[in-house]
Every structure is written in structure tokens, then in C-alpha cells.
Design a protein around this ligand. Structure first.
Ligand code: PXG
Length: 437
């Protein structure tokens, strides 16, 4: 057991006081396993936090980071550059949907979301449509915790306390989930295409001339894996085109393999105007996010005299050399290991195993796409979230890390998981469900 004083560190999205009474402290990681401070090994069923699909401490990424930190530790980010950031942008563009030509680096998914929102507003203004400032999100969406992303986000718990200080001019389309109509769908539900028409409602309400952008996750992750109905994203695309609204895909979870392609946009066959990424960009090894834009967006936004800064936005650590090195090594691994194909090869096994939990206690829905899995439980009367948390704790006690958002269990296995590992994760969840009341 650790003897460190746990109190000074105020942990993120954590019940700090309960945690510190019964801490779960990780010491090291290798491949598909963590080792905790007691020397116990834990199978990681969540790939870090949707981040580390290639496995922990991948030797090629470790080596790239070690070499970079000893060569160029930091480089002035503004009005100067370094090769690794340029190379990484080029590599990302090489695997992005065709019209995407430019990459802006951030340090997290939250910063990527806020950057994308600001770009949308700047884009319309640069084109002489300065009234287009309104931003549309979706209920149950998650775009990080900064003011912009929180405001367009739709996670009640994250919004409640900050309700009066949300950024103005934001509205939301309805979320895409309906237990009665789509429970236990495998992959994309066949019901619910029409839910995309909710965007027309907001266009009618606000008038398109006031709307800058719509931001959605292609597959909502944090809210408990909400998979878009067949044809839904296509319809959002059509509506955005019809009304001159930019479509932003928040691909912080779905990019780089999680749903069996470099980008969710490719797997789902719908191309947005702006894409945000983070997590899998560096396999979670060094914090980094990015915003990808289409050439048309970039051209409009940079239509000013050449000696002027086009966008007054950026971070001290935009394109950080060590993060960029981690990103380059990660993309190389995805290529060398044919990761995206690998995901498509095992997603069927994952789907089958996951849906075998259908008859287990408390389960009211199971959802999956690629290697994203969600298991929704009924809530215990008077204590919503307790069952999900107990399931998580039981799995941890049995040596498997999963995640719960309230009473929804989420699974995010490694891209190179073996069938035995997937079976162990599912069996552990099954025992947990049977053990809790
Ligand atoms: N967008 C999406 C779609 C995300 O999933 C962010 C933005 C924010 O990224 P940063 O790097 O600022 O955290 C995320 C982050 C969960 C969970 O339980 C998921 C995230 C964060 C915390 C919890 O699924 N994703």
C-alpha cells in the first residue's frame, strides 16, 4: 500500500473523499495490464480512458518520446516551428477524408472543441456573415469541460452548477436514444433517422442566418455509447448544407481506430467540415489534441493580408515537440500493425460477447459500434448511479478495469485484444451484475 499523502491532489471527475478512503493507485503499465501499488495486475478493459488502443508503454512510442525529449524538449510555438509538428500534421492529413488539408494543434479534446467552435464563428465572420454566431450541440453530447464545449455539451451533471454562465447563443438538438425503439440494437439502430430533423426545428426557430455550426460526436461516448441511427448523420449533413451551417464532428474518441477506421467520418460515410481529435492521436502517451479543417474553411478564414495573424488563437504547447513525436510514432504503429483493419476483425467477436449479457440482471440495453460498448442498467430506486459504480468496483476487485457513467457501463477494449481477453472482461462484468442487487 502506498504511504503517499493523497490529500493535496484534487482528482478530476472523482469522488475524492470516497476515493481517498479506499484508493485505487496505479504504479505501472505494460501492454494490456496495469500494475497497482500493491503489485496486483489489472486487465485494462477501457484502453486507458478511450486513449491507449495500442496498449500501454508501446516500445516504439516510448522510444520516440525518449529520443525527442533529449533532442528538442520545447520549441517556441508562435512565429516559430519545428519539424515534428509539420510532419505530424502532414501524416494526419494523409489519412483524413480527402477535403481535409489543415491541422491546428491543441493539448486536449476540450481545447480542440473550443478551438473548433471559435473557428466556426471566425469563418462566417470572415465571409461577411458575422451574424452566424449561434452554436448548436446535442443533448447528452460531451465536448469537454471548457466553457464552449460545456455549453454545447449535453451532460446534465456537467452543466447543472454552471447553468447561469454558459456561453450565450447555444441550443441543442435532441439526443438519439430511445430505449423503447432501439434497445439491444447491434451496431447502428435502424430506427431513428428522423431524429436528425430536430435540426430543422432549430433552424426554423433561430433562422439559419444566425447559426454558425452544429457539433456532434459521430458516436456519443461519455453519455454511454449512443450509436447514430442508420442515415441520421447523412441527414444532419444535408440539413447543414441546405442552410450553410458548418458540421463539426467531435472525434476525440472515434478517430484513430476505435470504430475501425482512421476517422469515424470514413467508417460512417459522412464528411463534416471540421473534425476534432485527441486521445488516440498519441495513444494517450502525451497530451495532445487537434482540429482538422477542410481547405474551404481554411481559405475563407485566412483571407487577410499575408503579414497578419489570421486567427488570434493558440496554446503555449500547440504542437509540442514531445507530443508530436508521440503522435508520429503512434500513427506509424497504426500503419505497421494495420490497426484499423485489426479492429474491424475483432469487433464482431466483441459484439457477440457483449450481447450475451442481455439476460443478466438489471440490463435494459446493450449498444456497440467498433470497439465501443455500452451496457445500460436500471437504476436502483433512490440512488441513481449506485449500481454502475458497484459494478465498476467489483470488476476492479476482480482485476478488470471498466468504466461507468452513472448506471451505464462502458467498455473500450484494446485494438489488439485477444478473444480470451474480451471473454475475461465480459465474464467479469457478468459476475459483477449477478452479484449486485
Ligand atoms: N470530446 C469528446 C467526444 C470526449 O470524449 C473530450 C471531448 C474532452 O477531452 P479532454 O482531453 O479535454 O478530456 C472528450 C473526453 C468517459 C469520459 O467517461 C470521456 C472523456 C472524458 C472523461 C470521461 O467516457 N472524453
Amino acid at each position: 500500500m502506498t504511504t503517499t499523502n493523497l490529500e493535496p491532489y484534487w482528482m478530476p471527475f472523482t469522488a475524492n473523499r470516497a476515493f481517498k478512503k479506499a484508493p485505487r493507485v496505479l504504479h505501472s503499465a505494460q501492454g494490456h495490464y496495469y500494475t497497482d501499488a500493491d503489485g496486483r495486475t489489472l486487465l485494462d478493459g477501457f484502453s486507458g480512458l478511450w486513449t491507449t488502443g495500442l496498449g500501454h508503454c508501446h516500445p516504439k512510442i516510448v522510444a520516440a518520446v525518449q529520443a525527442q525529449v533529449a533532442t528538442l524538449d520545447y520549441a517556441m510555438a508562435f512565429q516559430m516551428g519545428h519539424n515534428k509538428a509539420f510532419e505530424l500534421a502532414e501524416r494526419i492529413i494523409a489519412i483524413a477524408p480527402p477535403e481535409f488539408t489543415r491541422v491546428f494543434f491543441t493539448n486536449s479534446g476540450s481545447e480542440a472543441a473550443d478551438t473548433a467552435l471559435k473557428m466556426s464563428i471566425a469563418y462566417h465572420r470572415a465571409r461577411g456573415e458575422g451574424n452566424r454566431t449561434r452554436l448548436i450541440g446535442r443533448e447528452r453530447g460531451y465536448h469537454g469541460v471548457n466553457f464552449g464545449g460545456m455549453s454545447v455539451g449535453g451532460m446534465t451533471a456537467n452543466r447543472k452548477v454552471f447553468s447561469p454562465v454558459m456561453i450565450p447563443g447555444v441550443d441543442h438538438i435532441r439526443h438519439t436514444h430511445s430505449l423503447g425503439d432501439m434497445a439491444f440494437s447491434k451496431g447502428q439502430p435502424t430506427w431513428g433517422t428522423h431524429l436528425a430533423d430536430d435540426l430543422e426545428r432549430l433552424v426554423t426557430l433561430h433562422d439559419a442566418s444566425n447559426i454558425a455550426a452544429l457539433i456532434v460526436e459521430p458516436v456519443a461516448g461519455s453519455a454511454g455509447v449512443l450509436v447514430p441511427p442508420v442515415g441520421y448523420l447523412d441527414r444532419l449533413r444535408e440539413t447543414c448544407d441546405k442552410h450553410g451551417i458548418l458540421l463539426i464532428f467531435d472525434e476525440v474518441i472515434t478517430a484513430f481506430g476505435r470504430i475501425g477506421a482512421a476517422f469515424g467520418a470514413q467508417r460512417l460515410g459522412v464528411t463534416p467540415d471540421i473534425i476534432t481529435v485527441a486521445k488516440g492521436l498519441t495513444n494517450g502517451v502525451i497530451p495532445m489534441g487537434a482540429v482538422l479543417v477542410k481547405e474551404s474553411v481554411y481559405q475563407a478564414l485566412t483571407n487577410c493580408p499575408e503579414n497578419l495573424i489570421e486567427l488570434f488563437h493558440g496554446y503555449t504547447y500547440s504542437g509540442h515537440p514531445v507530443a508530436a513525436a508521440a503522435g508520429l510514432a503512434t500513427l506509424q504503429c497504426y500503419d505497421d500493425e494495420a490497426t484499423f483493419v485489426q479492429v474491424r476483425n475483432i469487433e464482431g467477436v466483441f459484439e457477440t460477447l457483449l450481447h450475451e449479457l442481455k439476460a443478466e440482471p438489471h440490463v435494459v440495453d446493450i449498444r456497440n459500434f467498433g470497439l465501443m460498448g455500452g451496457i445500460e442498467l436500471t437504476s436502483r430506486v433512490g440512488s441513481a448511479g449506485a449500481r454502475g459504480t458497484e459494478a465498476y468496483l467489483r470488476c476492479f476487485a476482480e482485476g478488470v478495469v471498466i468504466r461507468n457513467t452513472g448506471d451505464i457501463i462502458a467498455l473500450s477494449p484494446f485494438f489488439n485484444s485477444t478473444e480470451d481477453e474480451l471473454i475475461r472482461i465480459i465474464d467479469t462484468v457478468r459476475r459483477a451484475l449477478r452479484a449486485i442487487d
